[in-house]
Design a protein around this ligand. Structure first.
Ligand code: ADP
Ligand code: ZN
Length: 722
């Protein structure tokens, strides 16, 4: 019975169809007023495990959470779904706090978020206050902070042991996204939980593609990566505040919309940068690890580590901030063993040898991960005591085929360069020498040597791989110490004399990446509609001063752009559309979808969502695919008018206009070519006056029949380009 009600709440209050992982079991346990520990990866959905019981039980649920920024987002998200929640923390004025206390006194709140230090404030004052209330449950977020075996021990969490003493009969649910066996044990013992149930979900994040690149010239490696992800939102982690600021500045100079974030920045600046990032107004945030805990931005498409994280837990947690919406995302680490050495001084825990040892071991495991030749996902999952198959198919190592080829001549070039340079130079210098670098760093006399420049046809990156391979096969050696140089070995001579053949690993062959969590049907969505819906979301978010993803996640908008709901009832079938949100925002999005369907002569495809489970084949994309756009473009370019194209293709004029609008965006057509010049200014005026976001309907309504949707859309597109 209980669980039926829980499912109704899941659907109507939160907009989801089914529980994920162990959500249902955890909810049932709390409803039976028993304690439990929930381990679920970031983005798995831990919050619902206590939020749904909080709504079902009498009284007030108290959520203990270590970070203030987390609280505000969680509370905003709850409110957007019509749940009464609030938080108490030091950022609030006395008046704001007073308001919260009044709401509690008036039994208006279902959830209250507080920091652990608050709970233990001035003796047991706050505890005594809670005792007079009817506390339905305690939820302890980031519960691993209680364990000194963990990577993020927080002494203030130790006080939480008192909870069970003061509230022996109130259920406690402890939640974390990172805990190996020792930490789990610690959570149960330190919190003095009463025979707790333990729910462990898989830590696998199937939609994250893990890859590691050898760290060489990491800035140009990064630029190369970012240039392929221009429209994506991402986090770039650096070790120091200095490098954060420099990198953010450099990226800005190179035309990327990047902002810095670290604890040394003024609070107002920090908060502003975080907010711009959350609202999608800045695509990239460059940050120290001070950024992130509690950042619940669902459409982070990549997380890049410029420097090595301290341990696997941190790496997993930081990369876990990518792809919380279930869409394909990437984690990229720039790795060198030099970083492992550099990080050692940070592993030191003052006056605590045991703790230092634990940290050093964890650092070494991070190094192991960087150097791994086998599946990265497997390593991560095994680290968290989870078994898995050997090949995931969605990490760099699983997607790389190594092929060997006869590279005797390449090897001879490399070895003779090392020999001619008298075995006194490092890899970088040898490669620059081989490639005939004009740089002043190359000594004048070296430029006279015959070998200088013989390897100019091979890229620097490939040379690095080849030399690494030659070292691995024992044809070259690298000395230890701070400035390692390349030297010959006993195996070198035979190669130089041409009596031994050498095979090297050929440039890697990357295979297609694995699909994301979003079902195949949904991948077949209308991208231009999606981008319009995102604009509407941005507009609403700015108006309500909320982060964009709190309105709807990308995954939700993608579903809308795929299933094309045309009524509020259909809208509610989309995952992530709760009753409250449908009521509040549904119409704004519906209008856009309706307009889009009208222009493109599409119908709702919501029935595909309902039948999803039974169907095997992908739905055929409506006949209006990419090709049809190009046909219209080509006809138009060859001088055929819109009316003539429509006539000869048997399509509506408005349809042809939509086709062509796409090419205004790309710059292939000028606005004046499809909108009569006397109409442009009135349309612009109307847009400025109505501020319709990206919805054409209100403008059309305003201007009347003399103006077509296509003309309005064309002007909008060109205005947004300006
Ligand atoms: P965690 O705290 O475990 O990192 P959250 O509780 O913040 O994760 O949830 C992550 C995202 O998943 C949120 O956007 C949430 O709305 C969504 N979510 C949670 N449970 C479900 C579910 N059963 N079905 C679909 N989406 C869900
Ligand atoms: Zn793998």
């Amino acid at each position: 019975m209980n669980i039926i009600l829980a499912k109704q709440i899941l659907k109507h209050q939160f907009g989801f169809d089914s529980f994920r992982m162990n959500q249902q079991q955890a909810i049932e346990t709390v409803l039976q007023e028993k304690d439990c520990v929930v381990l679920m990866p970031t983005g798995g959905g831990k919050s619902l495990c206590y939020q749904i019981p909080a709504l079902m039980l009498d009284g007030l649920a108290v959520v203990i959470s270590p970070l203030i920024s987390l609280m505000k987002d969680q509370v905003d998200a709850l409110k957007s779904n019509g749940v009464n929640a609030a938080f108490l923390n030091s950022t609030q004025s006395a008046a704001q706090q007073g308001e919260v206390f009044r709401a509690i006194a008036g039994n208006k709140l279902k959830l209250l978020y507080v920091a652990p230090e608050r709970l233990m404030q001035t003796g047991d004052q706050f505890i005594d206050y809670l005792k007079q209330l009817n506390v339905s449950l305690f939820a302890i977020d980031e519960a691993h902070c209680i364990s000194s075996w963990g990577h993020d021990f927080r002494p203030e969490y130790m006080h939480l042991a008192k909870l069970k003493v003061h509230f022996p009969n109130t259920p406690v649910i402890a939640l974390t996204a990172t805990a190996d066996k020792l930490v789990r044990q610690d959570i149960m013992e330190k919190l003095e939980l009463n025979n707790p149930a333990l729910f462990i979900s898989s830590f696998n994040r199937p939609n994250i593609f893990y890859s590691v690149e050898a760290k060489r010239n990491s800035y140009s490696q990064l630029l190369n990566y970012l240039s392929k992800h221009r429209n994506d939102s991402g986090i770039i982690y650096c070790l120091s505040r200095n490098s954060v600021e420099n990198l953010a500045e450099d990226l800005k100079q190179d035309g990327f919309n990047a902002l810095p974030y670290h604890a040394g920045l003024e609070r107002t600046i920090r908060e502003k940068h975080q907010e711009l990032f959350l609202k999608d107004e800045a695509k990239i945030i460059v940050a120290t690890i001070a950024f992130g805990m509690g950042i619940d931005k669902s459409n982070v498409r990549f997380v890049v580590h410029m420097d090595l994280p301290k341990n696997i837990e941190s790496y997993y947690q930081e990369t876990g901030r990518a792809g919380r919406d279930g869409l394909q995302s990437e984690a990229v680490l720039f790795f060198s063993w030099g970083d492992v050495i550099k990080m050692k001084k940070f592993a030191e825990v003052e006056n605590n040898e045991t703790q230092t040892k634990i940290m050093l071991k964890k650092l070494n495991q991070m190094g192991e991960f960087g150097d791994l030749k086998t599946c990265r996902r497997k390593y991560l999952l095994n680290y968290f005591s989870e078994e898995t198959k050997d090949i995931c198919g969605s990490c760099d190592n699983c997607n790389t085929k190594y092929e060997r080829f006869d590279a005797t001549i390449i090897a001879q070039k490399a070895l003779s360069a090392v020999k001619r340079l008298e075995q006194r130079w490092g890899t970088n210098y040898v490669i620059d020498f081989l490639r005939g670098s004009k740089s002043e760093k190359i000594r004048g006399e070296h430029k006279e040597i015959k070998t200088y420049g013989v390897g100019a046809d091979i890229s620097k990156d490939n040379w690095f791989d080849y030399i690494k391979d030659l070292i691995a096969q024992g044809y070259l050696k690298q000395t230890d110490g701070q400035y390692p140089v390349l030297t010959l070995t006993e195996k070198s001579e035979a190669v130089l004399r041409g009596v031994e053949k050498v095979e090297l690993i050929k440039v890697k062959i990357k295979e297609e990446k694995k699909a994301s969590l979003v079902s195949e049907e949904v991948q077949d969505y209308f991208r231009d509609l999606f981008s319009n819906l995102k604009s509407i979301r941005k507009y609403i978010a700015a108006n309500e001063n909320l982060a964009a993803f709190i309105i709807f996640s990308d995954a939700t908008l993608i579903e809308m752009s795929s299933y094309l709901p045309l009524s509020l009832d259909e809208m509610k079938k989309i995952s992530g559309v709760s009753d409250t949100k449908a009521e509040k925002y549904g119409n704004a999005f519906l209008k856009e979808i309706k307009g889009y369907c009208e222009i493109n002569q599409l119908e709702s495809r919501i029935h595909l969502k309902v039948q999803k489970r039974e169907r095997k084949s992908r739905p055929k994309k409506n006949s209006k695919g990419n090709d049809t756009y190009s046909i219209s473009l080509n006809m138009f370019k060859s001088g055929t008018s819109i009316a003539e194209i429509a006539e000869s293709r048997g399509l509506a004029k408005s349809t042809i206009e939509t086709h062509l609008v796409r090419f205004i965006e790309s710059g292939e057509i000028k606005l004046e070519q499809i909108v009569p010049s006397e109409k442009i200014e009135p349309i612009k005026k109307a847009i400025r006056k109505l501020k319709p976001g990206f919805s054409t309907a209100p403008v059309k309504e305003f201007l009347g029949d003399d103006y077509s949707y296509g003309e309005i859309r064309a002007v909008m597109v060109s205005m947004s380009k300006e």
